[in-house]
Write a protein of this length. Structure first.
Length: 490
């Protein structure tokens, strides 16, 4: 490039840099006379109303158009309310925070004789706030763009275009809300112990009951949750039960969409006129620490949740007896409306309490071995040299005492058999039969039967439940361990 061309390019670059500097200097101007002053100073009792228009850019689905919402709140007798309907459940905390935000506004920078209002986003402002005062006057705040360098917002006071101020973004953030962003949503009860969960579902119903004394219902009396099938009780693990009812006790409202949905037509729009799912939770209120309050709330309480149609960001729901409609997580809704016993039942085939077993009869390959369970006390010396008595479990086959560790490994393998699926076809030859004889009042004898099913799975029946599939490899390992133990012992 010739020297003249280089000079022209250099001059052009300098012009661009100078122009950028002038713009940046204007947008991040140093404080002029009056900068840093308090431009709004009010007393709490001065404010009688707050009105703001919040212009937000809608989603791409709406072609990115600007959506505008105007909200007006009035204040009297220490209470804030929505000017259009005093019954609106307004969050007093949010309203007080908004009022506190405009009591004193200090500018960080004052720009006198500013450029065109469009340079600061004040020709089409994102936010306009009117503060109504007790003397009948109004303070108007117009909030424009955010300075990309400082993060502050441009502000015009009472429509005076001769000055532009910059203020912290906190004012913008506080008022960049719509009416339903400052609604007081309903609080859930203070749930204590849950005792029952009933769900009327789209394709049926599901009822879970907590039964403290369950020894008569299930062979393992540490299980207390049951699905009630017309008087037939099917055990559910505590963790699965708490996970299911936790969808109610830990319920979270994503947002409120209607505070006054009381007529059938309005409810129908949310699928709540005749809700497809009704969830009824029975619970004992949590201990409040107040003796009088606790005495008054000893009886079980009921909380009912209605679940309606799905929407873009979740599922409509409401508390029975309320007029407020919310959006909850679709996952939460699905967990309740599509819950089944299959998703709640124990994953283990046999969860035996071995201290209830007196003897075990194992039948395999036309051999039968009966093992008696007992205990004995042994004196041992601990690490401190002290003599202590230890109780040991003893397993005896006839006159032979089995290796305790090897036999307990077999017991652990039995208890570890996990259900993988349900059988849909015929079973093959029986591979293993185990009979448990116990010292309990109920379920004194239980039988576990394992049969061939496929190359990868075996079919199991136990305690009246059949058609459970388990991995064949786990059964093969169990069978091999049994054969090795008794071959060695014999």
């Amino acid at each position: 490039m010739k020297r003249g061309g280089k000079l022209l390019a250099l001059c052009a670059a300098m012009v661009i840099l100078l122009a950028g500097y002038l713009v940046l200097r204007e947008l991040t101007a140093e404080p002029e006379e009056g900068a840093g002053e308090v431009i709004v100073s009010l007393e709490p009792d001065d404010i009688t109303s707050l009105a703001w228009t919040y212009n937000s850019v809608s989603s791409e689905e709406s072609d990115g158009e600007t959506e505008s919402e105007t909200v007006e709140l009035s204040h009297s007798d220490g209470q804030w309310e929505w000017s259009e309907d005093s019954a609106f459940p307004l969050s007093q905390t949010d309203a007080e925070d908004m009022a506190a935000q405009v009591l004193e506004i200090t500018c960080d920078t004052m720009i006198s004789s500013p450029a065109e209002m469009s340079e600061y986003g004040l020709d089409e402002p994102e936010l306009e706030i009117d503060i109504g005062l007790s003397d009948g006057t109004t303070v108007s705040l117009t909030i424009g763009d955010e300075n990309e360098i400082t993060g502050e917002s441009y502000l015009m006071l009472d429509g005076d275009e001769s000055r532009v101020y910059t203020v912290t973004s906190e004012l913008r953030d506080t008022f960049s809300v719509g009416l339903y962003d400052i609604i007081e949503m309903e609080e859930l009860p203070d749930f204590g112990d849950v005792t029952q969960l009933y769900i009327d579902q789209p394709d049926g119903e599901l009822e879970l009951l907590y039964i403290e004394d369950s020894a008569e219902l299930y062979y393992n009396d540490t299980y207390h949750w049951f699905v009630d099938y017309g008087g037939e009780y099917m055990a559910v693990t505590d963790s699965n039960a708490s996970s299911l009812y936790g969808n109610v006790t830990d319920l979270y409202w994503l947002r409120c969409v209607d505070y006054d949905a009381s007529d059938a037509g309005t409810l129908a729009a949310y699928g709540l006129a005749v809700p497809e799912t009704r969830v009824e939770l029975t619970y004992l209120p949590a201990d409040s620490g107040d003796e009088e309050e606790e005495s008054a709330s000893e009886d079980p309480q009921t909380f009912t949740l209605l679940i309606g149609d799905d929407c873009d960001d979740g599922t409509y729901a409401m508390v029975e007896g309320s007029t407020m409609v919310y959006v909850i997580s679709a996952d939460t809704a699905d967990s309740l409306r599509y819950a089944t016993y299959t998703s709640l039942k124990p994953s283990l085939v046999c969860d035996m309490e071995w201290d209830t077993v007196e003897s075990l009869e194992i039948e395999m390959d036309e051999e039968i071995w009966t093992v008696d369970f007992s205990t004995r006390e042994e004196e041992t010396t601990n690490d401190d040299g002290e003599v202590e008595t230890v109780t040991e479990d003893v397993y005896t086959w006839g006159d032979t005492e089995l290796d305790a560790e090897d036999f307990e490994n077999i017991l652990d393998a039995i208890n570890s058999l996990s259900i993988t699926a349900s059988a849909t076809g015929d079973t093959g030859d029986e591979m293993l039969r185990v009979t448990f004889r116990r010292n309990t009042e109920y379920f004194q004898e239980l039988t576990l039967v394992i049969s061939a099913y496929s190359a990868d799975e075996c079919c199991v029946s136990f305690n009246g439940t059949s058609g459970m599939l388990v991995e064949r490899s786990s059964v093969t390992s169990l069978v091999d361990s049994i054969a090795e133990l008794f071959e060695t012992a014999g």
